[in-house]
Design a protein around this ligand. Structure first.
Ligand SMILES: Cc1cc2nc3c(=O)[nH]c(=O)nc-3n(C[C@H](O)[C@H](O)[C@H](O)COP(=O)(O)O)c2cc1C
Length: 318
């Protein structure tokens, strides 16, 4: 039975996304607002790390006033615990461990989704991180590496290490991003665990978010690609849970892109800045049926300046 209280909007999380969810994106998203937590892309902790300089990649004010967790990725418990402590000192309000990255370069070094092959190591890493800091430690897991045979062991190992909550992206490493996210595994994690479970995967509309909450009972919802395609999705999700609608202002799209540009590294050449804008636009256009036809025209054209790009794209968007 679904109770009315089950449909209150749970906390909303902007997903970490290496390459796409960079600082300008997170900052522009924070301007738009509507979500409760941001998270950095993963910060890789290599086998021989220089912790102090690595931790400088984190800046707590990127998404102010929305808190931003720092995500770290590696396989050595001591180094990851030291890194967690260094990030706490830099003002991180929460440290998240990446247990999902599917890249072979990463898994070849035993990090990311590779941790899902060894629940004991996952436990050791999280336990040492939890012991090292006074702030919450969390983990973001896929459903498994090659299959889901260790799914429950991994979830229980993470809980046993006393993390504050976990996020589940219910695909295996081998799935990549191909098959649909298996939301039934989020429901299974909810049944199994006492700690809160944040559901993630394939939320592209406000209706999807309400459906995920209904079907899984998850305690929070994380959105990645759906937010790149539609930066207003979190407001729309909140409105939907409230049985209303959210309509962005007419100038919101331009403001969003201009803010994104204003935070892009000023040292980048115009060509690289335009290429970053095109990357954003390629997602944004996917979410808008009207623009699907002109997407390739916009992306393949050459632009002399950022303003030329903006004028061209805004002409279609208005
Ligand atoms: C380009 C890209 C980069 C990603 N980088 C990260 C990352 O740095 N850390 C992480 O935990 N997950 C990363 N992910 C996974 C997302 O956080 C998320 O789990 C996944 O995209 C499914 O959610 P979605 O359907 O809402 O996008 C990345 C995904 C994409 C598409």
């Amino acid at each position: 039975m679904i109770l009315k209280q089950d449909l209150y909007c749970p906390p909303l999380f902007l997903a970490p996304m290496e390459g796409v969810g960079d600082k300008p994106f997170r900052s522009a998203m924070a301007r738009v607002g509507g979500f409760d937590w941001a998270c950095t892309e993963f910060i890789r902790v290599p086998l021989t790390p220089h912790i102090a300089s690595l931790s400088k990649q984190y800046c707590s004010t990127d998404t102010a006033p929305i808190p931003q967790a720092a995500q770290i990725m590696g396989s050595n418990p001591e180094h990851l615990a030291q890194m967690a402590l260094a990030l706490q000192k830099r003002g991180a309000p929460r440290i998240d461990l990446n247990c999902g990255c599917p890249s072979n370069t990463v898994t070849g070094k035993g990090a990311g989704s590779s941790l899902l092959k060894t629940p004991e190591l996952l436990y050791n890493i999280l336990k040492q991180m939890v012991s090292a800091v006074a702030i919450p430690v969390t983990a973001k897991l896929r459903a498994g590496f090659a299959d889901t045979s260790l799914f429950r062991e991994n979830l229980l190992a993470a809980q046993e290490a006393k993390i504050a909550f976990l996020t589940l992206h219910p695909r295996t490493k081998v799935d990549g991003y191909g098959p649909p996210a298996r939301w039934e595994l989020i429901a299974e994690a909810k049944q199994l665990l006492k700690i809160p479970v944040i559901g993630n995967g394939d939320i592209n509309t406000a209706d999807d978010a309400v459906r995920m909450k209904k079907l899984t009972g998850c305690d929070g919802i994380m959105v990645g690609r759906g937010a790149v395609a539609n930066p207003w999705i979190f407001h729309q999700i909140r409105a939907k849970f409230n049985e209303s609608l959210y309509q962005a202002d007419s100038g919101a799209f331009e403001l969003y892109l201009r803010h994104y540009l204003s935070v892009l590294d000023p040292q980048l050449e115009t060509r690289s800045r335009i290429s970053k804008l095109k990357q954003m636009a390629s997602y944004l256009f996917r979410a808008n049926d009207r623009l699907t036809n002109v997407r390739s025209q916009v992306l393949s054209r050459t632009y002399e300046s950022e303003d030329e790009f903006l004028s061209f794209i805004l002409g279609f968007y208005l």
